[in-house]
Design a protein around this ligand. Structure first.
Ligand SMILES: Nc1ncnc2c1ncn2[C@@H]1O[C@H](COP(=O)(O)OP(=O)(O)OP(=O)(O)O)[C@@H](O)[C@H]1O
Length: 604
């Protein structure tokens, strides 16, 4: 159970000493100034009828004016300091959460709906849809002013009127305040519980606004469907939320309004009795009335703080719940499950082989394993092609090789060493992978290729060499600013690429990683988007490109895999055939049948 105020307080140091101290000091002063104003104006009123000292009202009037001016002068700094504190705290939180999402949360956990709900809420908050943890800190600091003001008012009432009146005013203000915050907290909890429904609605919005999806939306005429679905999902979300909001707020609101009226009325009666009995003078009467108003107003909603602290805290809680799945730095994902320690150190390039030994792997909650006792030897320095029908587990195999998942049984070894005993980051530096769904960064061509080895300083010769080997040099030379052209039409001077052109860039990225020291080149359907000429060129240079590397190639087109030294056929979670192209065709097995089927189609 995470508690609101301690959780927010722990974030204050992230704002940095200067901004946090300035914001707190600002809050203290702006809390005290209205009390000083009340005190001075009341003293001024009391001095007005003093004929013996006709100028006695001037000093308190001057001080009241000074308090008022100071309040006016300080007001703009509240927003500026709040923004600074919010930004600083959010920067730290965002940094942390991105690290957890990208580097420390096991892939299997990232796909859980409850984890996606938490991450969805965090994402929405940082995109501005809800307050962030930084806003919660700024809101909490702003709240200090309100409490200081209440404290000042209660002390003045206690001293000038009676301790009983001070006590009643304080108790009324606090009861109403806590009742109000209680409702806010209950509603926020209910709101958090509806994250799944919100995520569905946001997804529809993303589809509607996403430039990439727009083509299909237009051609298929999906706009009416999208609108109707969005309306229906929004209603399904909003109707119960509004009902809850009414239930949570209405009853308590009536209750605490009655308490406020009773408490306020009681203190007014105490004030009136004291005045009638002549126990209070004009100054005390004025202080009493003004301070009681301050106390009565304490129960209302504070726009600079209430939503920010409540929902900003919910975002913080979502982050903490999400980060529960993260593992410590430098550990591989499965270290969190107590299966392995976190080894460190360099990893040498494979010299003999990478082997899958009786590997069993199922995705979370899947009844049937994808790999079921899979044995596979990938010889170092040679090329191995993996073929199989859709869903056979080829990409899964690559994910295990890259340690995005670990097998539930069996092991993957590199020269006999269990992959789990190697430093995962060092191992990944040995890999150059082109995934089927590689990322298309909205960055320059140079940066897109440099992502293969982002730590290397920019070296245009190496970048162009990788581009040339991937068949992307012509394409880069034709770009308006060459390597410096953003590969996205969303930026001025930028240019989007075709599917095949992007694939060449992805390939260049992998070859750049090889230039940086990777020795295992893994390519999942690297030519799926290439035209026939580009594909032919790629495979003509296949031997040259993969020379000295341990290469794993996944492909559906048999014309492409035949270039590999060894081909393995994956079926039913296991390797069912292995050999070179001629041998496999000659053996008349599954590979031969699939090859004949494909060849026959082209021969027609
Ligand atoms: N993240 C995931 N969570 C759950 N199941 C998954 C996940 N990824 C893949 N699968 C399932 O695992 C099986 C193997 O998928 P995989 O992507 O490894 O197949 P593949 O051989 O690469 O297929 P294709 O030729 O279509 O690319 C499929 O049945 C798929 O539904």
């Amino acid at each position: 159970m995470t508690h609101r105020w301690p959780a927010i307080a722990r974030l204050v140091p992230h704002a940095g000493f200067g901004p946090a101290a300035a914001a707190i000091a600002h809050s203290l002063v702006t809390g005290l100034l209205p009390i000083a104003f009340i005190f001075c104006t009341s003293s001024m009123l009391a001095a007005l009828p003093d004929t013996a000292h006709p100028h006695a009202w001037v000093a308190p009037a001057g001080l009241a004016m000074a308090a008022l001016l100071a309040q006016q002068a300080l007001a703009p700094f509240q927003a500026a300091l709040a923004e600074l504190v919010t930004r600083r705290v959010d920067e730290r939180c965002l940094n942390h959460v991105v690290t957890s999402a990208v580097a420390r949360t096991p892939m299997a956990d990232l796909q859980r709906p409850e984890v996606m709900d938490r991450l969805g809420d965090v994402n929405a908050a940082f995109e501005g849809a809800a307050p962030t943890p930084g806003a919660a800190v700024a809101g909490a600091i702003a709240l200090v002013a309100r409490y200081v003001q209440l404290l000042g008012a209660v002390v003045l009432v206690g001293v000038e009127l009676s301790p009983l009146a001070g006590l009643v005013a304080a108790a009324t203000a606090l009861v109403v305040r806590f009742a109000q915050r209680g409702s806010l907290a209950r509603f926020a909890t209910a709101w958090t519980g509806m994250a799944g429904a919100r995520r569905k609605i946001n997804y529809l919005l993303d589809v509607g606004l996403g430039a990439a999806d727009a083509k299909e939306l237009r051609v298929l005429g999906l706009l009416p469907w999208l609108r109707a679905r969005h309306r229906a999902d929004s209603r399904a979300y909003l109707a119960p939320m509004w009902a809850r909001r009414r239930r949570i707020y209405f009853g308590p609101f009536v209750g605490y309004s009655l308490i406020a009226l009773t408490g306020g009325g009681l203190t007014m009666v105490l004030l009136e009795r004291a005045a009638v009995a002549g126990r209070v003078d004009l100054r005390a009467l004025s202080i009493g009335v003004q301070c009681l108003l301050v106390a009565m107003r304490f129960g209302v909603f504070f726009p600079e703080s209430d939503i920010k602290t409540q929902h900003g805290f919910e975002t913080r809680r979502a982050i903490l719940e999400f980060e529960r799945y993260a593992v410590p730095p430098a550990s591989p994902p499965e270290a969190a499950r107590g299966e392995v320690a976190a080894p460190h150190g360099e990893v040498a390039a494979p010299r003999r082989s990478i082997a899958f030994e009786r590997v069993v792997f199922a995705y979370d909650e899947a009844p049937v394993p994808v790999l079921d006792g899979c044995d596979l030897e990938i010889t170092a320095g040679r090329s191995t092609a993996i073929v199989g029908l859709n869903g056979a587990g080829k990409t899964t195999l690559i994910k295990l090789l890259a340690r995005l998942h670990d097998p539930q049984r069996g092991r993957v070894t590199v020269d006999g060493r269990d992959l789990r005993d190697l430093d995962v980051h060092a191992w990944r530096r040995r890999l150059a992978v082109v995934f089927q769904d590689f990322l298309r960064y909205d960055l320059t061509a140079a940066d897109n290729i440099r992502m293969g080895a982002p730590d290397l300083p920019r070296d245009d010769t190496a970048l162009l060499d990788a581009a040339e080997r991937a068949g992307a040099l012509d394409l880069i030379e034709r770009l308006p600013a060459g390597l410096d052209t953003p590969l996205s039409s969303r930026y001025r001077g930028g240019q989007d690429l075709s599917g095949g052109q992007w694939q060449r860039i992805a390939l260049a990225r992998a070859l750049y990683a090889v230039h940086a020291g990777a020795s295992v080149l893994v390519m999942d359907e690297p030519t799926a988007h290439l035209d026939v000429r580009a594909e032919t060129r790629f495979f003509d240079r296949f031997l040259e490109l993969t020379e000295g590397l341990t290469t794993v190639l996944v492909a559906h087109r048999f014309s492409t895999v035949r270039h590999a030294d060894r081909i393995v056929v994956l079926d039913g979670g296991r390797v069912v055939e292995a050999g070179d192209h001629e041998g496999l065709v000659g053996s008349g097995g599954r590979y031969a049948k699939l090859f004949a089927l494909q060849a026959e189609r082209f021969a027609r």
